[in-house]
Design a protein. Structure first.
Lengths: 116, 140
């Protein structure tokens, strides 16, 4: 699926990075703990999170995640949006909660990568 | 060999927002140098976790990075409280981080284990009340 599909499936809206909408997504992860993301991520391209601070953008930067989905209606600050733009990271906001948002993407064929 | 690149970063603990800037800069430089992406990922995660630790546990510090043709060495030096029991601190899930830090997405006790996992060599020198120096090496 593409970033655009993620947005459609999650009834979300683009905050930035709409120009990357056609980028392919093969795997995703969901967490509010950035250290967990850093510990277990492999080739995930999407991060779903309810944490909303600049370290989310930095974490994505470190592991080449190029699409962040903020769940539960969380809204990134202007500073975070600027950081994401500089790093070519797309941001999508959705009102769905973590469990449902992950389930909706899973239902549509997206997977979370192999367990360790 | 003399063709090594030396970088130095002063890490401030005043602004959590900026934690990770040094790691991001190193990552960008390695990318420009055409280093293998898997190596870049290892360096990025290891250094980022170390940088975060300096900010949340040790009032900041200085990071020296030395890049040669064979490897990259990261030396993270702080004048923080030191680590009482390194073996315990290395255990996954062990953390003394406050609720505040946890709310920021860190403090899961995965930092040091991540640094160990993603570096090829790691050494911790620490003294209570004096500070901590973490040295990590990743091979190219
Ligand atoms: N630079 C440091 N100075 C002092 N204490 C540290 C430092 N780095 C790590 N520690 C201690 O080791 C513990 C474990 O570190 P880590 O695995 O990174 O987990 P976390 O940062 O999530 O607490 C920390 O909670 C802290 O008590
Ligand atoms: Mg840590």
């Amino acid at each position: 699926m593409t970033i655009n599909d993620v947005q459609t499936i999650l009834h979300g809206r683009f905050i930035c990075g709409e120009e990357h909408a056609e980028r392919e997504i093969h795997s995703a992860c969901g967490s509010d703990m950035m250290s967990d993301v850093l510990a277990f991520v492999k080739d995930q391209a999407v991060l779903l999170t309810g944490l909303c601070n600049p370290q989310v953008i930095r974490t994505a930067e470190m592991i080449d995640i190029y699409c962040i989905v903020f769940i539960r209606g969380k809204k990134p600050t202007e500073e975070m949006v600027e950081m994401a733009k500089e790093r070519d990271i797309a941001i999508i906001c959705t009102d769905h909660r973590m469990f449902n948002a992950c389930g909706m993407l899973y239902d549509n064929g997206l997977r979370g990568g192999k367990p360790y | 060999m003399s063709d090594s690149l030396k970088l130095q970063y002063v890490i401030s603990d005043e602004d959590f927002t900026r934690a990770g800037e040094a790691s991001g800069d190193v990552k960008a430089k390695l990318k420009m140098m055409g280093v293998n992406p898997e190596v870049i990922r290892k360096v990025s995660i290891a250094m980022y976790e170390g940088e975060i630790n300096m900010v949340i546990h040790a009032n900041g510090g200085v990071i020296d990075v030395i890049i040669t043709t064979k490897d990259i060495t990261m030396i993270l030096k702080d004048k923080g409280p030191g680590i009482k029991d390194v073996d315990l601190a290395m255990q996954a899930g062990y953390s003394t981080a406050s609720e505040n830090v946890r709310a920021l997405g860190f403090g899961a006790g995965m930092g040091l284990p991540n640094m160990k996992k993603y570096s090829d060599e790691m050494n911790i020198e620490t003294e209570i009340g004096v500070g901590t120096t973490v040295t990590m090496k990743v091979y190219f």
